[in-house]
Design a protein around this ligand. Structure first.
Ligand SMILES: O=C(CO)COP(=O)(O)O
Length: 250
């Protein structure tokens, strides 16, 4: 990053938790997170937004959602709009997570629209990009992540510095295999250059790393020049592990 900027650690709870365990986790985390630590957010399943909002309001922690509809309003059964997320003061929404691209057929076009809806509602989209193992082995990593980010830049060029980007190599998600700090930094630098070409304010964009980030590897990853934080799955559900990652980023 080009100037001093607080790192951002986001927990992606995925489809985990319940009212009681969410409250227990947040009540342990909350007192440990202050204005002096890095920025911390949790992205929760939509039904829990109200309870998480009630718990975290007035704390230093932020909250968000894991997906948003590409549509504004109307007959879209099962969808959740950006305006609905804003009703619960969601600060962030993850868009284009590889699990949504893989299991729900989301394309670059859908992801770009979702980012647009979020931005229009004043919610920061966390745009996920990343290659599969097969793509990496074919030497296509740069091409894939650039194509994924280009779609979002194309649709949101005027406010591209308002997004967060998350580089999540698909082969590292939930596998215990982490990209090496050098592998991750290489891709982050590619993404930074692409953002710089699109915006004079690219250096204020947080580019997060995600994929088996844990207490043991966070420090080295976060020490890289263009790694501005983490998008943390499994380890964000374990208080001690998540706090270690937050400490490494603070
Ligand atoms: O997908 C992720 C975060 O969005 C990463 O998940 P894990 O940290 O469980 O590998």
């Amino acid at each position: 990053m080009g100037f001093h900027m607080k790192k951002l650690i986001v927990g992606n709870w995925k489809m985990n938790g319940d009212l009681a365990s969410n409250a227990a986790l947040l009540q342990t985390l909350m007192p440990k997170i202050t204005s002096a630590t890095c920025t911390v957010a949790v992205c929760v399943a939509a039904p829990y937004l109200a309870s998480v909002q009630a718990l975290l309001s007035g704390s230093a922690m932020q909250w968000g959602a894991q997906d948003v509809s590409q549509h504004e309003v109307g007959a879209y059964t099962g969808e959740v709009s950006a305006a609905m997320l804003r009703d619960f003061s969601a600060r962030y929404v993850i868009v284009g997570h590889s699990e949504r691209r893989q299991y729900h057929g989301e394309t670059d076009v859908h992801v770009a629209l979702k980012a647009q809806r979020a931005l229009a509602a004043g919610i920061t989209p966390i745009v996920c990009v990343g290659e599969t193992l097969a793509e990496r082995e074919l030497g296509q990593t740069e091409e894939i992540v650039k194509r994924q980010l280009a779609a979002v830049i194309h649709a949101n060029g005027h406010c591209i510095s308002e997004i967060v980007v998350a580089y999540e190599p698909v082969w590292a998600i939930g596998t215990g295999k982490t990209a090496s700090p050098e592998q991750a930094q290489h891709v982050h630098a590619v993404l930074r250059a692409q953002l710089r070409a699109a915006s004079a304010h690219a250096d204020k964009v947080h580019i997060l790393y995600g994929g088996s980030m844990n207490a043991a590897n966070a420090q080295q990853l976060l020490a890289q020049a263009d790694i501005d934080g983490g998008l943390v799955g499994g380890a964000s559900l374990k208080t001690a592990d998540f706090l270690s990652i937050i400490a490494a980023a603070s």
